[in-house]
Structures are given as structure tokens and as C-alpha cells.
Design a protein around this ligand. Structure first.
Ligand SMILES: Nc1ncnc2c1ncn2[C@@H]1O[C@H](COP(=O)(O)OP(=O)(O)OP(=O)(O)O)[C@@H](O)[C@H]1O
Ligand SMILES: [Mg+2]
Length: 331
């Protein structure tokens, strides 16, 4: 079939993209994926390091604006996958497509990826504003445009008034938001977070995960979140992709993971329970939910109303159970 620029083929929802002035490439959507072209697609990725097959055959796709978590045990290949998507490692086989374009030959900075690392990797001698604007300066954006965009990002991550502080003058959660703003500032096609909450202490983590998630949802950027922590994955994403021993062993909602027949997944999930619940209002006017078995758990979500759906997670530790309740949404 011949493709002609500027004409829609009957029945084919194809995407046209200009790579250079006057030069167009056409991409057809993957017929197996509903809802159009995935923004990130990984096909048959294989990577060996020192003769050890770290990624054996990894394939998955993320739709435009989707937020998914790659979840798996330590040593399963998550960071290796992350580094292949970034272009820091070259896979032996397979393809990585971002917005329909094969990026195998492109250097990291031309792949359109925003990154948030576990360590946040902020420049210690640069202010909040200069950290956020780093990517714009590297791309030689005009000063006026850069200032406007940095101000927009400072607002987005609620750091107004702290633009001139240095990273060591911020809390862990604030540093995390600077790293996020820096990644989003250059308008990436996809956002990658590798163990991005791992360095925060447990008491502030739920709140930071929810804040970061809500900012990402607001920006509608396609996001892949990499973690070994079931709890973080459940809180962050409505789609989990489980990577174990270099292969994707399951993909689906947190609910489907709880019921998955695979023994490895059952074992990996056994310390966490995930459910949806409806908020009730007590006679004292305070919101709560009722768990199976009758336990009533207070809900600490500002402004939450009776009848609203929330997500609940119970993590069984060696000595105590931890229960988290947070707002759910469609994906
Ligand atoms: N540079 C390297 N040289 C040799 N082996 C490596 C190298 N990088 C990773 N590996 C091996 O590849 C496997 C997967 O490592 P990877 O860092 O991708 O795991 P991970 O899923 O990110 O683990 P974690 O949750 O601990 O971060 C491990 O067995 C690791 O020892
Ligand atoms: Mg890792």
C-alpha cells in the first residue's frame, strides 16, 4: 500500500509525524492494542551483561497518558530495562519505540524522556529554579521563555517562594518535587521514575507518592514507574507490569494481581492486600471505611465525602499491619 502525505487512509487510524521540515513518516498503530498507538513500546528486548541474560524477552506498551508501574524483585532486571529505554545500554535484540519512532539509534537526550532517579540527582550548588531549568538551558532556550516555563513548573510542584533555595535547604519531599519539575520542564514524551520514592522515610512516602502522582496525572504525561515495592506500585499505578528474572510475568490491575494464579506472583504479593472501599460518615462527622470483618478505619483525606470510592492497602509486616487509604481514580 502506498502512503500519501496529508491523506487519511480509509479505516486506518494512522499517525503522521514530521521528523524534519517537509519530511513525514507514517506509523500504523499496533493492531493488538486498543486505543491507538502506544507512546512507549518495548518489543522483544534482550540484554546480556557479562554473559548473564538479564533481559530475556521483554515486550509491553504504554498508551498515551498511561501511568504504569514495572514491579519486580531485586535483581529482576528493572534498572537494566530502564537503562535500555534511556539509551545508556544497548540491547542485543529488540526495539524501543517512543511515540511510534524507533529510538535505538538515538542518544538519550534525543529520546524525549524525562527522568527522576531514586537519589533525585539534583545539582547541589544550583538553586531550585536553576535545577528545574537545567534542561532548558542545555537546549539553549531563550531566557524569557525559560523564565516563564520555570515559573510554571514551580507553581505546578508548589514550591513558590523557595525558588532561590539550595537542595540541602529543602525537605526530602520538596527535593523529590524539584526532581519531578526538572524532568517535566522540557515537556518529555515519557517520564521514567526508577525507585523514585526509595529514599523517603515511610511516614512521608504515602503523601509524596500521592502528590507526585497527582501532578503527573494533571500533566497527562505517559509514565513508567519502576519499583521493587508492591506498596508503592499499588499507590502509584492502576496497571502493574511484573518483571521477574528478565521476563514480564504478568500485567494488569492491582486487583488482578491479588487473584493471579501464578505461584511466584502469589508469593510476591502475599504481604499486601489491595481493595476498593466506599467512604462512610460517622455520627461525629468524620469519614471512615469498614473492612471485611468489620474493622473501621478512619480516612485522612482532606475534603473526602461520604460515598466516595477510595483505595485501601494493608501491608502485613513482621510485627504490625500498616493500612493506607488514598483516593482512587480510573487509571
Ligand atoms: N553492570 C553489570 N554487570 C554485571 N551484572 C549486572 C550489571 N548490571 C546488572 N547486572 C545483573 O543483572 C541483574 C539485574 O540487575 P538490575 O539492576 O537490572 O535489577 P533490578 O531489578 O533493578 O534490581 P533492584 O530492585 O535491586 O534495583 C542482576 O542479577 C545484576 O547482578
Ligand atoms: Mg534497580
Amino acid at each position: 500500500m502506498t502512503l500519501q502525505p496529508g491523506r487519511r487512509l480509509p479505516g486506518a487510524d494512522f499517525h503522521a509525524r514530521r521528523s524534519r521540515a517537509g519530511c513525514r513518516t507514517y506509523f500504523y498503530p499496533d493492531p493488538f492494542l486498543p486505543g491507538g498507538m502506544p507512546t512507549l513500546e518495548v518489543r522483544g528486548l534482550k540484554k546480556s551483561i557479562d554473559g548473564h541474560e538479564v533481559l530475556k524477552d521483554v515486550s509491553f506498551g504504554l498508551q498515551d497518558g498511561e501511568l504504569a508501574a514495572i514491579l519486580g524483585p531485586s535483581g529482576g532486571g528493572k534498572t537494566t530495562l530502564f537503562r535500555c529505554i534511556l539509551g545508556e545500554l544497548t540491547p542485543q535484540a529488540g526495539q524501543i519505540l517512543i511515540d511510534g519512532q524507533e529510538v535505538g539509534q538515538l542518544p538519550t537526550e534525543r529520546r524525549g524522556i524525562g527522568i527522576v532517579y531514586q537519589s533525585f540527582a539534583l545539582f547541589p550548588h544550583l538553586s531550585v529554579a536553576d535545577n528545574i531549568g537545567y534542561g532548558l538551558r542545555a537546549r539553549k532556550a531563550p531566557a524569557g521563555i525559560a523564565r516563564g516555563r520555570i515559573a510554571e513548573m514551580v507553581d505546578l510542584v508548589h514550591l513558590e517562594g523557595k525558588e532561590n533555595r539550595l537542595p540541602h535547604e529543602l525537605s526530602g519531599g520538596e527535593r523529590q518535587r524539584v526532581a519531578l519539575a526538572r524532568a517535566l520542564c522540557v515537556n518529555p514524551k515519557i517520564l521514567l521514575l526508577d525507585e523514585a520514592f526509595g529514599s523517603l522515610d515511610a511516614t512521608m512516602r504515602t503523601q509524596v507518592v500521592q502528590e507526585v502522582r497527582s501532578i503527573i496525572r494533571q500533566q497527562k504525561v505517559t509514565t513508567l514507574f519502576i519499583t521493587h515495592d508492591q506498596e508503592e506500585a499499588f499507590m502509584f499505578a492502576r496497571r502493574l507490569i511484573v518483571l521477574n528474572d528478565g521476563r514480564i510475568v504478568a500485567s494488569g490491575s492491582p486487583e488482578s494481581m491479588m487473584k493471579h494464579p501464578d505461584l511466584f506472583i502469589q508469593d510476591f504479593m502475599k504481604m499486601v492486600l489491595f481493595a476498593e472501599a466506599s467512604v462512610q460518615m460517622g455520627p461525629d462527622g468524620l469519614p471512615y471505611i469498614t473492612l471485611d470483618g468489620g474493622a473501621q478505619i478512619p480516612v485522612h483525606i482532606p475534603g473526602v465525602r461520604g460515598g466516595e470510592k477510595v483505595h485501601v492497602m494493608v501491608k502485613k509486616g513482621a510485627e504490625a499491619e500498616r493500612i493506607e487509604v488514598w483516593h482512587g481514580d480510573a487509571r
